[in-house]
Design a protein around this ligand. Structure first.
Ligand code: AMP
Length: 420
């Protein structure tokens, strides 16, 4: 038997309902907060990701699903959404009339990471991005949006970790200070970090190897090197979060794996997930639109890991397969024929109804209805057809009533509508 690809997964009925609830909650929230949906392709030219995410990031170095198509063009399954959103923004000149835009994207991303609980090779993200607003307010609005989503989903055990990565004006001095420090502890760093140290020293701060973390206890912090403008920006973000009562902590070590981040960077963490504690990550990337050939446009955004969010929400409200309102237990050929048409008419009227595919005993059918968690069962055999009335059983209270068959759909609609 052919199995699915390692690190990929199916989302089955019984699980998918929770995904739908979260996605619907997110879409409603985006509508309330003034974000428009953007649908972007699942594949792009490899160059787009290489240029935007950065050649010496883990994603580009070792995690992308890249292949040559039949004409030899290098294509990549998207590892994240921001690069494509920026490409679309530039390509369709969405900035022409007004550079300010609010976008959201929901969909699968692909990274060839080592699979483990909470980490998949196809995973899902909810992305939100604000273009054309360089102010601290835009960052605050994004974090507020993220926290509001958690609140609407009743996710409480979360905290925002926040840092500033400075800008091209203040980062070089910090980079130098960090590089000097890293050189001194080079013999205590892992091989990856020693390579990163030369090319992208900030990424060393992100290493999870305990030896590296220890060696970095005295590393300089970027927030101590911020230029005046970056400092004002960061202070405004922090003050506004406090004013909004949004719990947050400055984490001087927080850096993002992606190259294009500037100034505010943040993560939403939770205690509910064990090792994979980050539910969402984001920040400002003022240089990216220009770097990809567009006009100089500030931008800020975040990505929520939907797989992880589902896992957290499932801890408090277990997913449940959607249950039929009615199950028709029909006994014999004529009742089954009638039931077939009633079922279609009920579905047309918005009443989910199921019945047995094969001819089975009443006992077997009642068991099936129970398994499906049906709200009611309509029992009809030849005797009921002769009488013109079926038996309607409430599966919760076990109460049974007679229901006329001559205008069954209307009668059922009225009865079921009267109940929660
Ligand atoms: P990033 O795009 O790396 O900033 O990640 C944003 C969020 O996506 C993270 O906080 C995770 O919740 C989620 N995420 C990233 N990679 C994976 C993965 N391989 N499997 C599941 N979720 C992921």
């Amino acid at each position: 038997m052919i199995q699915l690809i390692r690190g990929f997964k199916d989302i089955l009925p019984g699980e998918v309902e929770l995904w739908q609830t979260i996605e619907r909650t997110a879409v409603a929230l985006f509508e309330d907060f003034g974000f428009d949906e953007l649908r972007i392709p699942i594949m792009e030219k490899t160059e787009l990701f290489a240029r935007s995410i950065g050649e010496d990031t883990d994603i580009v170095e070792k995690e992308m699903y890249t292949f040559a198509d039949r004409k030899g063009e290098l294509l990549t399954l998207r590892p994240e959404a921001t690069a494509s959103i920026v490409r679309a923004y530039i390509q369709h000149k969405l900035h022409a009339a007004d550079p300010a835009h609010h976008f959201y994207v929901i969909g699968p991303m692909f990274r060839r990471e080592r699979p483990q609980k909470g980490r998949y090779r196809q995973f899902y993200q909810i992305d939100a991005e604000i273009f054309g607003d360089g102010s601290a307010w835009a960052d605050v609005r994004l974090i507020h949006l993220l926290c509001t989503l958690m609140e609407r989903l009743s996710v409480t055990d979360t905290a925002v970790q926040i840092n500033s990565l400075g800008c091209p004006d203040c980062r070089p001095a910090y980079r130098r200070a960090l590089s000097e420090m890293l050189e001194k502890v080079a013999d205590r760093l892992c091989a990856d970090c020693n390579r990163r140290r030369q090319r992208n020293p900030l990424r060393v701060l992100d290493c999870k190897v305990p030896g590296c973390r220890e060696a970095l206890t005295d590393a300089p912090a970027l927030v101590d090197y911020l230029c005046e403008a970056c400092k004002i920006h960061f202070d405004t973000v922090l003050e506004s979060l406090t004013a909004l009562n949004l719990a947050h902590q400055v984490d001087k070590r927080l850096v993002r794996g992606l190259d294009y981040y500037t100034r505010t960077t943040f993560e939403l963490q939770t205690g509910a997930l064990g090792a994979q504690s980050a539910v969402a990550g984001g920040g400002r990337y003022d240089g990216l639109v220009k770097a990809l050939g567009g006009p100089d446009t500030p931008a800020s955004g975040f990505a929520i890991g939907l797989d992880r969010l589902v896992e957290i929400v499932a801890q408090q409200q277990p997913a449940r397969r959607r249950a039929p309102r009615l199950f028709i237990a029909a006994l014999g050929p004529e009742p089954r024929r009638k039931a077939f048409f009633w079922r279609l008419a009920l579905a047309e009227q918005g009443i989910r109804c199921e019945m047995e595919a094969a001819d089975k005993s009443l006992k077997a059918q009642m068991k099936h209805a129970d398994r499906l968690n049906a709200g009611h069962v309509l029992i009809i055999g030849d005797a009921e057809l002769g009488k013109g009335a079926g038996v309607l059983r409430d599966m919760t209270t076990k109460a049974q009533v007679e229901i006329p068959l001559n205008n069954l759909v209307a009668a059922l609609k009225a009865t079921l509508a009267a109940q929660p």
